[in-house]
Design a protein around this ligand. Structure first.
Ligand code: HEM
Length: 307
């Protein structure tokens, strides 16, 4: 087979630029092993990341499903990052990306039944005690998806949101995020270990992340589009679909699952993260909405009530 002179020329230019000898690199190719599926996808590493703490077989499913979630969260963040780093986003690209992100969340929502149906309630309630005080509440990627999707004000606890000073420091805003409510002992108001441990690990990273996304979150990028694009019906539908899927459908799938395991004969059990979860988790209390300007007052008032 004849070598393509154009590719050879490009390779030479590439290696000249970094002061490298193309011949040496070509000789390296001669000895390198051909790639295969398992090395490329890292299946051996991936399939060794499930280490249960108990002997209950369903704990394995529990760990793996959370890992699947984290991978999909990473896919969501990768899409958002592409929008954030593109200076000339148009309505088509925006719609395409938002729909893709929504599809990831559709998968997360429709698959949540894996956690509910078929998993043995007694087994779950036995192995979950071993996981205390860890909680999905400590998923940093979930928090990053929120920070990257909307303005910080929309993540402020509903009780303080309307009067909250939009120019207040990140530190102050951080202390008033809606999820702080789940991380405080509801009797004493003190931060639980679940929350303080999470903050020790991620707070600095979150502050850096929110600074970047202050002007690069999905809502800010949407507002940078020409006015005609901002009224594009397909795009608005896509944004509303995303908001609804994350903040109502996923939250409700999660809430229903928590009820299935932790609401036993009308008595609510304490969650591993220790929150007052029955109240905290329902979308009608959190009223977490990424794009409030795309919903009517009535839709906002009824948020999470008619599902
Ligand atoms: C049997 C399955 C599950 C149950 C019973 C459950 C229960 C709970 C409860 C009660 C909370 C409130 C915080 C606490 O006190 O711990 C919570 C928070 C959370 N969980 Fe789960 N969960 C389950 C599965 C999952 C899965 C698969 C994920 C995916 C990563 C997840 C992600 C989260 C997140 C992100 C939060 C914080 C939500 C917020 O702040 O509104 N959970 N979960």
């Amino acid at each position: 087979m004849k070598l393509n002179p154009y590719i050879t020329k490009q390779l030479k230019e590439k290696y000249d630029k970094i002061d490298q000898d193309l011949d040496v690199h070509l000789e390296g190719l001669l000895h390198s092993k051909p790639i295969n599926y398992w090395d490329y996808i890292k299946t051996d590493a991936l399939l060794n990341l499930q280490i249960p703490r108990t002997v209950f077989p369903d704990e394995m499913v529990f760990i793996m499903y959370h890992q699947v979630n984290e991978l999909l969260f990473k896919m969501v963040l990768t899409e958002i990052e592409q929008i954030a780093n593109t200076s000339t986003v148009d309505a088509n690209m925006f719609t395409e990306k938002i729909m893709r992100i929504s599809r990831y969340f559709d998968v997360l929502t429709s698959s949540f039944s894996i956690m509910k149906d078929g998993m043995n309630v007694d087994q779950y309630n036995d192995f979950r005690t071993t996981l205390t005080p860890a909680s999905g509440f400590q998923s940093a990627q979930y928090r990053k998806i929120e920070f990257a999707s909307t303005e910080l004000i929309n993540l402020i606890d509903k009780r303080f949101r309307d009067d909250f000073d939009k120019n207040s420091s990140y530190e102050n805003a951080f202390e008033h995020l809606y999820w702080q409510a789940a991380g405080k002992d509801y009797k004493t108001g003190e931060k639980t270990f679940t929350l303080s441990d999470f903050e020790d690990r991620y707070k600095d990273e979150f502050l850096r992340f929110t600074k970047f996304y202050k002007n690069n979150n999905l809502w800010s990028k949407f507002k940078e589009l020409p006015k005609t694009d901002q009224s594009n019906k397909e795009l608005i539908d896509a944004m509303r679909h995303y908001d609804y899927t994350v903040n109502i459908k996923w939250v409700m799938a999660h809430y229903t699952t928590a009820n299935h395991y932790l609401n036993i004969n009308g008595k609510t059990a304490e969650a591993t993260g220790g929150s007052e979860w029955v109240k905290y988790m329902h979308p009608k209390y959190q009223k977490r909405i990424f794009f409030p300007e795309l919903w009517t007052d009535k839709e906002i008032e009824d948020w999470g009530q008619n599902i």
